[in-house]
Ligand binder design. Structure first.
Ligand SMILES: Nc1nc2c(ncn2[C@@H]2O[C@H](COP(=O)(O)OP(=O)(O)OP(=O)(O)O)[C@@H](O)[C@H]2O)c(=O)[nH]1
Ligand SMILES: [Mg+2]
Length: 299
């Protein structure tokens, strides 16, 4: 009998909004990473562990890589690119995500970074449920194949759980024998407080207009445990006083709606009743200040 186990780190890389976090969540069959229709939703590296039979997949979800912002970008944008690119030095397999609806300039930017490594790269064509005529995928597969050497090119529709087993098989065949580093029931190394903060930020990103989400962050201050309920105190931090009324909304309606949706997801995740006390605070210039970035966990 062959009792050898396999394990390895797999980074999920691609331009913003290509479907990285959704792919991670559907591979894990749980909502670990936050997602939205807006680009630049993910800000931090996030480990998600899947143990399937004798193989342990240690996925790293990453922020979308942006082009040409090295000098002009804000501190937070540079932080996000670093979070993604730094994974390229430390993994066994790279998943390079491209939308099944077509190749874009942003994909070429990401591919340039991949050219610097000689790790195995699997190209994942995402959201193929949006491609009505599947024969349209063939020209894209040919185009992608002509750009670089990929171990495999795998179409998936993560939202419908299509293509995921094939993808996992392709990854597994690239991984070497090795011990499992996590227990089978462990999913991440991130703290509850980090995950709770992300679930609140997800609603900020989803419920506020285009600009504000990038100018705000969430600070989880403390948990108070009672017998049948946990009270969580957290703040949404913004840059300017004038943004306060947008976050709070008419008669507090927006803040209530953000809090209610986040509370629901947090209660689901923790499997217990939650009271969420949400405040809005102004920290001017936090996206530019190294001190504030560090305080908010952007190290
Ligand atoms: N139709 C369809 N939509 C998808 C699929 N996968 C992701 N999406 C949608 O694409 C949008 C972006 O998904 P995310 O998973 O947040 O993308 P991301 O690459 O993590 O984005 P950033 O973190 O901002 O870089 C969301 O609205 C998802 O619901 C899919 O398989 N099919
Ligand atoms: Mg994401």
């Amino acid at each position: 009998m062959n009792t050898a186990t396999k394990s390895g780190y797999i980074t999920i890389i691609g331009r913003p909004n290509v479907g990285k976090s959704t792919l991670l969540n559907h591979c894990l069959d749980m909502k670990l990473s936050i997602t939205s229709r807006k680009p630049q939703t993910t800000r931090h590296q996030l480990l998600g562990v899947l143990t399937r039979g004798s193989c342990q997949f240690m996925f790293l979800d990453t922020p979308g890589i942006n082009a040409g912002r090295k000098r002009t970008g804000s501190s937070i944008e540079r932080y996000m690119n670093r979070q993604a690119l730094s994974t390229l030095n430390d993994v066994d397999v790279i998943l390079f995500l491209v939308e099944g609806t077509g190749w874009r300039d942003g994909d070429a930017t990401v591919l340039k970074h991949l050219a610097k490594t000689d790790l195995p790269v699997i190209c994942v064509l995402t959201k193929v449920d949006r491609v009505r005529n599947k024969s349209q995928l063939l020209p894209l597969i040919e185009k992608v194949a002509s750009k670089s050497k990929f171990q495999a090119i795998v179409p998936v529709a993560a939202l419908r759980n299509e293509g995921l087993d094939m993808l996992l098989d392709a990854i597994e065949s690239e991984l070497e024998e090795g011990p499992h580093l996590f227990n089978a029931d462990e999913v991440t190394d991130r703290s509850t407080s980090f995950l709770v903060g992300e679930m609140i930020r997800e609603q900020v990103v989803r419920q506020l207009g285009a600009e504000l989400p990038h100018r705000s962050t969430v600070l989880v201050e403390r948990f108070e445990e009672a017998q049948d309920q946990t009270t969580i105190f957290a703040s949404i931090c913004i840059e300017r006083d004038s943004q306060k009324r947008i976050v709070i909304g008419k008669g507090g309606s927006r803040l209530r709606s953000i809090g209610e949706a986040a509370r629901h997801n947090i209660a689901d995740f923790l499997g217990k009743s939650i009271d969420l006390r949400l405040h809005v605070r102004v920290r001017s210039g936090w996206t530019e200040s190294h001190k504030h970035l560090a305080e908010f966990g952007y190290k």
